[in-house]
Design a protein around this ligand. Sequence first.
Ligand SMILES: C[S@@+](CC[C@H](N)C(=O)[O-])C[C@H]1O[C@@H](n2cnc3c(N)ncnc32)[C@H](O)[C@@H]1O
Ligand code: SF4
Ligand code: SF4
Ligand code: SF4
Length: 402
Amino acid sequence: MAKKYKPLNSVLVKPTGPDCNLNCTYCFYLEKADLFTEQKVHRMTEDTLEEMVRQVMQQSDEAVSFGWQGGEPTQMGVEFFQKAVDFEIKYGHGQSVGNGLQTNGLLLNSDWAKFLKKYDWLVGLSLDGPQHIHDKYRFDKAGKGTWERVERNAKMLLEEGVSVNAMCCITDYSSQYAEELYNYYKGLGLTFMQFIPVVETDKNDPTMAAPFSLDPVDYGHFMIELFDLWINDFKDGQPTTSIRFFESIFHSYVGMEAPECALMKECGPYVVVEHNGNVYSCDFFVEPKFKLGNIQHDRIINMLNSKRQQSFGAAKANVPRKCKMCEWYTKCYGGCTKDRVKDPSDNRQPRFCTAYKMIFKHVDPVMKSMAAQWKEQQAQMQAQQSSAQQGNTYNAFDDFVK
Ligand SMILES: C[S@@+](CC[C@H](N)C(=O)[O-])C[C@H]1O[C@@H](n2cnc3c(N)ncnc32)[C@H](O)[C@@H]1O
Ligand code: SF4
Ligand code: SF4
Ligand code: SF4
């Protein structure tokens, strides 16, 4: 019998490796330069790009998405990404393709904006909020704040009609400003928001979290405040802004898998491709132990389905007993694996457990009533059109949140 393969739906590509034009205090990726010491400047070759795109496009008929990231991917120049699109067209066979560019925004200009708009790319723009928040940790190489330049380019992208998601790191500092952040993004027209909790090990004391790390209780308060802001902005029962974390939680209330991997049962729905073609298990585990192979010698679909990647994925379920007994287990499954190893008091204790408990308790009644409403809408739609829409529950959810 033919072997069953899990298709690769999503790949994160780092065409400049860890190279970046900024020097953000909390960045977890700059230090990866230590893994690639054979060259000073790291750039993906056209051969590697073509082979990677070919393999991703040809491994299944399902929709695929490329997340272009780094380091700073815009350092490749827009021509590199035009080639990526050309290869997607060359090797695609009718499936839908999504592209997301995750960027610090500094090198963007009107040529970039035209390209991004033309090919309908989604931009994840790292803008940590208004100046006093963004410039707290996001510096250029000269140690200067970058807020003014990033905000200017955010406006330029929006004027050009490019889809932009605001990517906001939540730290010890920004966690105090949920309302200010929410209103700032909304005021700019960035209604799609993604909030990323930051926790890193202290460089001087590996048993401690770095000083900029987010405190779990602060995270809880921050997300609760944000949730109330989000809910209070609903019009006619529909959200007017999109906050990925809350939408992810909602998925579990209607029996779907959360798109945010931290809330999934297992890790490993995607792989990371570095500039030299090396493939790794996850963005936060780009290290020799989690190297799955190289695109020039191995097939990406085999790497995704390899024992090594399967056991990486399954490790997420290796949670303390109290998680398995917890009423919220099916909501967070213990959170992101990398956040479990950074709590000084208990190696396997999920760092954000306290936050999750606070958040789930707060959102539960509203989520239950939203889910009931959604199910009712689905049942009505089902009655009206017995065939269409039924196959694709994820799109149905998108209709609900837009
Ligand atoms: C590593 S950067 C690469 C892309 C691009 N240079 C940028 O800053 O958007 C990808 C995302 O990770 C975020 N990030 C950086 N350091 C982080 C950390 N320690 N924990 C969580 N996210 C982090 C960044 O703010 C950014 O949104
Ligand atoms: S811009 Fe991105 S890759 Fe560069 S230092 Fe900041 S977070 Fe890291
Ligand atoms: S370790 Fe965290 S970021 Fe990586 S796949 Fe697992 S949940 Fe996602
Ligand atoms: S809320 Fe805490 S105890 Fe419960 S499953 Fe999540 S991490 Fe584990």
